[in-house]
Ligand binder design. Structure first.
Ligand code: CO8
Length: 266
């Protein structure tokens, strides 16, 4: 375990600890406020993701919350104090940007309510695993606002127009089975097994060559930002770059020599 994480494990709003070798588990830990994401929470998330980015020992992150609430959204108490001018200079967009730019794979394990900014945070993960009691929603409309951290965009990309409109315009919730059927999450498992399943997926990813994993993530995310022509170009460039890595040599040799590869991220 790296010293940085031992030191960080005592963060006020989140916990960070190794779940397996190379798999860092980040747990939202503000149960009294149902894991509402105050600025401090986002700051701690951005900080631990910065540390995880720099630490080669971290190859995959699992992000989770509590057993009945993943996260209840932005902290409404904090939001209440904002005016139209103060919200413009708010620090949170910068912190969300740091989370968005996290380059390593992130698997979300979601139990209970995933609402508002909490659901926007879940959608920053690359793979979403839901417990069968999970509920997803963008209830901002009930407060006279709309999502401010990608909820209208990422939800629409995941669910399509009609289903995204249903959540955004009614403020209603969607259960785990519906979220699976509509493509928001990859799997639904019995709630007590959600973290275990997410960690198992993360461990599988952590055993893969880190540079190839990183470039695969980047290339998939590119498809949300650019057209097919540019996306294919970006994929081709990353594909060619990976031929220069020691891990490509190791992966191919291991296959030909019928042994398990040992990837070093070089
Ligand atoms: N913010 C602050 N406090 C909260 C929040 C929240 N989002 N959610 C719950 N709490 C607090 C309650 O006020 C309560 O505090 P206290 O004990 O001091 O009275 C405590 O948590 C427990 O709450 P409940 O009694 O309501 O708990 P339940 O278990 O009965 O219900 C729910 C859990 C269903 C999650 C319920 O609390 C709820 O509906 N919460 C609000 C959900 C919501 O509306 N979320 C959207 C927030 S707005 C948003 O996310 C906008 C994002 C924009 C990003 C902008 C970036 C610049």
């Amino acid at each position: 375990m790296s010293a940085a994480y031992e030191a960080f494990a005592g963060g006020e709003d989140i916990l960070a600890a190794w779940a397996r070798p190379h798999v860092l588990q980040i747990t939202l830990n503000r149960p009294k406020a149902r894991n509402a994401l105050r600025t401090q929470t986002l700051r701690e998330l951005a900080e631990v993701m910065g540390l995880a980015t720099a630490d080669d020992a971290v190859r995959c992150v699992v992000l989770t919350g509590g057993p009945t609430v993943f996260a209840a959204g932005a902290d409404i108490t904090e939001l209440a104090a904002h005016t139209a001018t103060s919200i413009l200079t708010d620090d949170r967009p910068r912190l969300w940007e740091a989370i968005r730019r996290f380059p390593k794979p992130m698997v979300a394990a979601i139990n209970g309510f995933s609402l508002g900014g909490g659901n926007e945070l879940a959608m920053h993960a690359d793979i979403l695993i839901a417990g069968d009691t999970a509920q997803f929603g963008q209830p901002e409309v009930n407060l006279g606002i709309i999502p401010g951290a990608g909820g209208t965009q990422r939800l629409t990309l995941a669910l399509g127009k009609s289903n995204a409109m249903l959540l955004n315009l009614t403020g209603g919730f969607m259960d785990a089975r519906t979220a699976l059927a509509q493509g928001l999450v990859s799997e639904v498992v019995p709630a007590p097994l959600t973290i275990e399943r997410a960690v198992a997926i993360a461990a599988t990813i952590a055993a893969k060559p880190p540079l190839a994993v990183r470039m695969a993530k980047e290339a998939v995310l590119k498809s949300f930002e650019v057209g097919l022509e540019q996306g294919l170009h970006a994929e081709r460039r990353a594909f060619c770059q990976l031929f220069a890595t020691a891990d490509k040599q190791e992966g191919v040799n291991a296959f030909l020599e019928k042994r398990k590869p040992d990837f070093q991220g070089r």
